[in-house]
Design a protein around this ligand. Sequence first.
Ligand SMILES: Nc1ncnc2c1ncn2[C@@H]1O[C@H](COP(=O)(O)OP(=O)(O)OP(=O)(O)O)[C@@H](O)[C@H]1O
Ligand SMILES: [Mg+2]
Length: 213
Amino acid sequence: MQLSADRVSVVIDGKAVLNSASVKAEPGRMLVLAGKSGSGKTTLLNVLGLLGRVGTGSVLVGGQDATTWNDARRRRFWRDHVAFVFQDYGLIEEASVDYNVTVGRRGLFGLRQPELDRVEQVLDHVLLSGRGKEQTARLSGGEKQRVGLARAMFRGADVVLADEPTASLDRKNRELVINFLIEEARRGATVVVATHDEDLMAAGDDLVRLGGA
Ligand SMILES: Nc1ncnc2c1ncn2[C@@H]1O[C@H](COP(=O)(O)OP(=O)(O)OP(=O)(O)O)[C@@H](O)[C@H]1O
Ligand SMILES: [Mg+2]
């Protein structure tokens, strides 16, 4: 699923945060958004994920103008197509790790055996093997971030959006995250990542620097 921003401007509190930004993210490729702090990377990622509204310009999702989609239509896009890997974003703290990994993907009768196996597999992949029954609130910051990653893996989403996914991680976990994003693009997902991490920039297929510098 292709995502693109076409001459998008965003003004927050009277300040131009994005000024006619255009980017295109393609299936099977990783697009890296770079640029100094405050240059609008997170803002642009939110725009592409339909989490933030644009002032002018348009956002296209699979060739369709999504700028005017209502809440229900945007929710459907998130549910059916997107995995967000954001820090401090979207984990239900009181719920178990298993629940967070599978949220939005549980049928009326809960999870079936193949799905339970898949949960174990993704938790193993992010080095959280056997931790599925623990309450998410009890995990460390880095572990919670890996739960977000496991959820993204479990969803097998068409679109993976990641904001500074390697910030404040040790080397092993940085490699884990970078490899995950590469693999997602390789299997055909559209991957967009905002980062300051040079290794992640090098791993991307396309690089856009915001704010000119
Ligand atoms: N909700 C908000 N209210 C006020 N200003 C905001 C808001 N969100 C973003 N901004 C401003 O928009 C600008 C761009 O912010 P953004 O978070 O997109 O930058 P960034 O490139 O992701 O920075 P960083 O590398 O530090 O994460 C900043 O100057 C910020 O102060
Ligand atoms: Mg940011």
